[in-house]
Design a protein around this ligand. Structure first.
Ligand SMILES: C[S@@+](CC[C@H](N)C(=O)[O-])C[C@H]1O[C@@H](n2cnc3c(N)ncnc32)[C@H](O)[C@@H]1O
Length: 453
């Protein structure tokens, strides 16, 4: 039976009302702890805040937050922060570089090779370059050696990156990759970094959250869809030279002058763990961090393995490897299958139970299942994704509680989402999960696996 007014069933209406009431109750419970900071603008919590910031702006990682936000969090400790900072979803390393440049050592965990590669090459650029290396980079800018190169190094594609560039651009990329092989490892890393930074601009694609959007000039327009024009498609030579100039100028402007020998700058150590934080967190020492500053993927169906497919393919990943990474990611797409969290760490049961008993979350899951059964969900895997997201986040939060020192803070940027006409208050649900006393009791006895070598 459906209501006359808006064509929704009584069960749907009842569940929506229940969700609204539980949501209001939870908001009320946190009311005294909410505070609004005018400093935390959209610009500061997003990549926009890094747009003009040397080195942070090299690679446009739309999902990044700004260095200013990290400085704000770390600066908000009244007595000063003690110990290392951790970011379990490190992305391109904003937390790591911002903390390190303020004299705070930082550890990060990142799953996707694109973030790992940006962090690695930025570290090299900041700490290892000699005067000779700088001269070599100048030569690349002034003489474009790839244009004369007879050597070409081809690159592989995966299904969704086929025909992503105009033919002359493919030719130029292959020559560039051929020519850079003659350089030392550091220069190669910087040149590869510059290439990754320009891929979107020289391609027919635009990153659009859930997928790669294709310009009609690619010939890949799906029949019946509106032709999309991304604007100027940059020529390879101009794009790469501009990027190399930007990188070199930022390196030159950095505080410590480049010398004849590699110099360790005053920056504190940065350590990157490659892989899933669900696997790495349990290997970290209990009570060893002064703060966690992080932003997990949002529960919004954005598929990083699709939007960053050009870069992943350029880094040599195969179709199977990309699909594997998609499954390892925190569940935030409808394709994520359920992870066996207790197999990863049997001691996580109390954490997953906290998520299973969070009333608002469970009512939302019941509602989504109901909508799935009624055929009104636009994708039937949304309930699985939402459930998986919160269970996995409960384990991440539990592990963060374990590795943080007493009274240290977990600062998280996240966003609320909306499915089937219902808002999901990710902020208050995760906050509620984090405040369950069980997390505190387990703080010193969480899942401590053997330390990584
Ligand atoms: C919102 S972005 C973080 C951006 C970061 N704050 C920055 O400024 O660059 C979320 C990151 O989490 C990573 N990620 C997703 N699942 C992960 C997992 N299971 N373990 C580690 N990293 C993961 C994604 O690849 C992505 O880089």
């Amino acid at each position: 039976m459906t209501s006359q007014k808006n064509n929704t069933s009584p069960e749907t209406t009842e569940l929506r009302e229940k969700i609204a009431a539980l949501d209001a109750e939870l908001a009320e419970a946190f009311k005294s702890q909410f505070s609004v900071s005018p400093f935390l603008s959209r610009k500061i919590v997003s990549f926009q805040g890094n747009k003009d910031k040397p080195a942070y702006s090299w690679y446009k990682y739309k999902e990044a937050f700004s260095a200013g936000l990290v400085e704000y969090f770390l600066g908000s400790y009244s007595g000063g922060m003690s110990g290392k900072v951790l970011d379990p979803f490190a992305g391109i390393g904003t937390t790591l570089f911002a903390a390190s440049s303020h004299g705070i050592p930082a550890d990060g965990i990142e799953l996707l090779p694109i973030g790992q590669e940006i962090i690695r090459s930025r570290l090299l650029s900041e700490r290892e370059l000699t005067v000779d290396d700088i001269a070599t980079l100048e030569h690349w800018i002034n003489s474009s050696p790839w244009k004369e190169s007879s050597e070409k190094v081809t690159f592989s594609t995966i299904r969704i990156t086929e025909n992503a560039y105009p033919p002359e651009t493919v030719e130029a990329i292959e020559r560039y990759r051929g020519a850079l092989q003659r350089e030392n490892d550091k220069i190669q890393a910087i040149l590869r970094l510059a290439l990754l930074c320009v891929l979107e601009g020289i391609s027919y694609t635009r990153k659009d959250g859930q997928y790669l959007r294709w310009d009609a000039r690619s010939g890949k327009q799906r029949p019946g869809t509106k032709a999309f024009n991304k604007g100027e498609i940059l020529a390879f030579d101009a794009a790469i030279i501009a990027k190399l100039k930007e990188i070199l100028s930022d390196i030159r402007d950095a505080e410590t002058p480049v010398t004849l020998f590699p110099v360790k700058r005053t920056m504190k150590d940065i350590r990157l763990f490659k892989g899933s934080c669900l696997e790495v967190l349990p290997t970290l020492e209990t009570a060893s961090y002064g703060a966690v500053v992080t932003s997990p993927p949002y529960c919004n169906r954005y598929d990083y393995t699709r939007t960053y497919a050009l870069e992943l393919a350029m880094l040599g990943l195969t179709q199977a490897e990309v699909s594997g990474l998609r499954q390892e990611m925190l569940s935030c797409t409808v394709e994520n299958r359920e992870k066996d969290l207790l197999k990863i760490c049997p001691q996580w049961e109390p954490f997953t139970e906290v998520a299973n008993q969070q009333k608002l979350l469970q009512t939302i899951c019941t509602y989504l299942e109901h909508e799935k059964a009624s055929g009104t969900l636009n994708n039937s895997n949304i309930p699985r994704m939402v459930r998986g997201y919160f269970s996995e986040m409960a384990c991440v939060i539990g592990e963060c509680a374990r590795v943080l020192k007493p009274n240290a803070r977990l600062c998280m940027v996240n966003d609320n989402v909306r499915y089937a006409g219902v808002s999901i208050s990710v902020d208050t649900i995760l906050s509620d999960i984090a405040t369950v006393p069980r997390f505190c009791r387990l703080k010193n006895s969480g899942c401590s696996r053997q330390k990584r070598k």
